[in-house]
Design a binder for this molecule. Structure first.
Ligand code: AMP
Ligand code: ZN
Ligand code: FE
Ligand code: FE
Length: 281
């Protein structure tokens, strides 16, 4: 059984519709897919219909942006009730702030580059959670850079003078809100240091104490040493370990099924969750 628990659609910053991500997953031979768009569950319905059509199991999820001491922490949530008010309010606040922040980044870029807000909006589906990959897509389309990676390396990285931050809740709060919604919290790419600063293990320990259940140890941005460290840390904190691709369609080189999760871990996630069910064909 092949299980990929971290993917993005154009409900956030992936390039494919939720239905198309599910179709691509079926085509890649996956048995179980989680859709985990940034700060939104608006892709769930389209993905669910497609999952039935393609005969693949769907784990409805999310990737929540949080921040601790200025360091960005992504938290995967699985099978939470999408209507839980506390979580909904935080996600709404985060998405709104992402909009203002993206406009700010584009305003800074536009002082030096031939790029305006409308150029970026061409790459954003109505209602989508906006992120830097959308700005990257516009920079590629305008031939200012040659690839999304190049856009991050030249203009959009965390250390760039064009960078601006958005509102994000504290990770301990995000873990608690997910729990209140009956969801299961897993820290995404905890050691992906090449993207930007990462937190030290004491913060991961505090997140575990707040109710986090797992660590995404197997991720394309982790080195062999990071995988080994994550495996040891998860064992010492009593956390399970997941593996996923973090697929973004053509906005990232990650391919579906690049990393996968053990079926035993999926069962643990199902046992812990009380929000919504895994949809099976
Ligand atoms: P944002 O949500 O706006 O902070 O942007 C973060 C998103 O950009 C995440 O989904 C990452 O996968 C993506 N990202 C971060 N760094 C890079 C990079 N160097 N190349 C491509 N995508 C990146
Ligand atoms: Zn993303
Ligand atoms: Fe992430
Ligand atoms: Fe992601």
């Amino acid at each position: 059984m092949r299980i990929d628990l971290h993917t993005h659609s154009c409900a956030s910053d992936g390039s494919e519709s939720p239905a198309a991500v599910v179709g691509s997953a079926a085509g890649a031979g996956l048995d179980v897919l989680a859709l985990t768009d940034h700060d939104t569950t608006s892709g769930w319905a389209g993905a669910a219909t497609a999952a039935q059509h393609h005969g693949i199991a769907l784990v409805r999820g999310i990737e929540i942006s949080s921040r601790h001491d200025g360091v960005s922490i992504h938290l995967l949530g699985y099978l939470q009730d999408p209507t839980a008010p506390g979580l909904l309010a935080e996600l709404e606040r985060c998405r709104e702030s992402r909009e203002t922040r993206a406009q700010r980044i584009v305003e800074l870029l536009s002082r030096d580059l031939p790029l305006d807000w409308d150029d970026v909006l061409e790459h954003v589906e109505p209602g989508a959670t906006i992120g830097r990959p959308h700005i990257a897509a516009a920079l590629v389309a305008k031939h200012i850079v040659t690839s999304v990676n190049d856009a991050f390396a030249s203009y959009l990285g965390n250390g760039s003078p064009y960078y601006a931050a958005h509102y994000a809740p504290d990770p301990m709060q995000a873990v608690r809100l997910l729990g209140e919604a009956g969801g299961v919290a897993v820290m995404a790419h905890p050691f992906a240091g090449r993207r930007g600063p990462i937190v030290d293990d004491s913060v991961i320990e505090a997140m575990a104490a707040a109710g986090m259940a797992g660590l995404e140890v197997h991720h394309p941005d982790h080195s062999g040493d990071e995988v080994r460290h994550g495996t040891d840390l998860a064992a010492s904190l009593g956390l399970f370990v997941t593996g996923s691709s973090d697929y973004h369609g053509d906005r990232k080189t990650n391919r579906l099924g690049d990393r996968t999760t053990d079926p035993v871990v999926l069962q643990q996630i199902e046992d812990l969750a009380s929000g919504v069910e895994v949809l099976r064909p």
